[in-house]
Design a protein around this ligand. Structure first.
Ligand code: SF4
Length: 415
């Protein structure tokens, strides 16, 4: 039996700064949407946020909002309302939870931030299909609802090596967005402004990478569960000075932990990698469960997905195109496996957990034999957890906990 001990997680002090950052972000959007003092653009998580920011838009990310529905465990209750509108339970539960909640005029922003009554009305919605097709359908629903224009970038998928053809075709699509965005924003595109935003976005990305890489230390100062919330500014604020400032503070705290050999989990015995989406409604419960088993889930593909090392202010359009296309989710299984082997090696993990998220096949990489191939190639054991990002009906807590405990026991026996 794995020995369990309660209350072993450590609070990251910079999390308070992050909460202030997120509050400022949402209050600024709310003010802009209500007063019209600034235009609001909705953007998919790895859509052209840099371009939108450079053109004076405030940028709202519906995926972050839907993750809030997940963490607040409101999501499951609202999915049926979207189902009633024709959006099936099997498709993206970010989409169904978000549309369902909006149809009932409910948002977790009202609970988190006093005075905010609604998500910000868009002046334009801009998506990138690099992650999936659901994002396009999700934005299209709101475009009809708000009678707002929608623009998109259509990306290649299943890419093995990113080639010149991929980059130039996406760069061209990005450049083609400038003219319609100028009309909507009423401003003229300024290349220097874009270079400045890309410089800040690169700086944010580099710092975020350094933050995540602190987990290589033994014991790791950071867990995946910390990362999944601390990534907020990298998601909604890349391209801003405030996000850069936040990650400097966070990095200093983690480096201090390393110097003093303070682990995020007391007496770290096992190190795991998480592949796939978080189960937002069980973030704290799973963090607790692993900590009790002296196990640190310390790195993940998900948190790494906001590292954009290709950003280069000297060639902003091309480098954005490259960064958006090098993304893990866009790649072939072969490229994904190469990447995962690097991560297993780099973070020196004892095992990998694959999350099979029922409603997101795009972020579930365990359905075509990948865990089994990785086990053979690396000798590192894997576990598949069935669940979902937002729809908690797809999850059996009892079964998940039993499987995780058995997996840790297996690691213990193999030690
Ligand atoms: S990648 Fe998955 S979770 Fe994200 S929008 Fe697409 S289907 Fe939804």
């Amino acid at each position: 039996m794995v020995e369990k001990k309660k209350g072993t997680r450590k609070k990251i002090m910079a999390a308070d700064d992050m909460r202030r950052f997120m509050a400022d972000h949402y209050y600024e959007l709310d003010r802009a949407a209500r007063t019209g003092e600034k235009k609001v653009a909705w953007c998919s998580s790895v859509g052209p946020a840099e371009l939108l920011r450079a053109m004076g838009f405030l940028v709202y990310f519906p995926e972050n909002h839907s993750a809030m529905l997940g963490t607040s465990r409101m999501a499951t209750d609202f999915i049926p309302y979207a189902n009633a509108l024709g959006y099936k339970p099997e498709i993206c539960s970010y989409l169904t939870a978000d549309i369902g909640a909006f149809s009932q005029r409910v948002t977790p922003l009202s609970t988190a931030y006093e005075g905010i009554e609604s998500i910000p009305k868009p002046d334009v919605l801009v998506f990138n299909t690099n992650q999936c097709r659901d994002i396009q359908d999700w934005f299209a629903w709101y475009a009809r609802e708000f009678d707002a224009p929608m623009l998109g970038i259509y990306t290649h998928r299943g890419i093995n090596d990113v080639t010149e053809n991929h980059v130039s075709s996406i760069a061209k699509q990005l450049e083609d967005l400038v003219e319609p965005l100028e009309k909507i924003s009423g401003t003229q595109f300024d290349l220097n402004e874009l270079k400045q935003v890309v410089t800040l976005a690169r700086e944010c990305s580099d710092l975020w990478k350094e933050v995540l890489n602190t987990a290589v230390a033994v014991p790791s100062p950071l867990t995946f569960y910390d990362g999944a919330t601390l990534m907020g500014p990298a998601v909604v604020g890349r391209g801003t000075q405030q996000a850069v400032d936040f990650y400097r503070v966070l990095l200093a705290e983690l480096e201090d932990r390393i110097e003093n050999r303070v682990g995020a989990v007391d007496d770290e015995q096992f190190r795991l990698y998480w592949e796939g989406m978080p189960i937002w409604g069980r973030l704290s419960a799973h963090a607790e469960l692993f900590a009790e088993m002296k196990t640190c889930v310390l790195a993940s593909t998900y948190c790494n997905s906001w590292i954009f090392s290709a950003f280069d202010p000297e060639v902003p359009f091309r480098s954005m195109a490259k960064a958006y296309t090098e993304l893990f989710i866009v790649r072939s299984d072969e490229a994904k496996e190469r990447y995962l082997k690097e991560m297993i090696d780099f973070f020196r993990v004892d095992g990998v957990i694959f999350h099979d998220a029922r409603t997101c096949p795009n972020n579930s990489n365990c359905r075509y034999g990948m865990p089994q191939r990785l086990e053979v190639d690396t000798g590192v054991p894997t576990l598949i957890v069935d669940g979902d990002l937002n729809d908690l009906r797809c999850l059996s807590d009892e079964q998940t906990n039993t499987n995780i405990e058995a997996f840790i026991e297996q690691l213990e026996e193999n030690k």
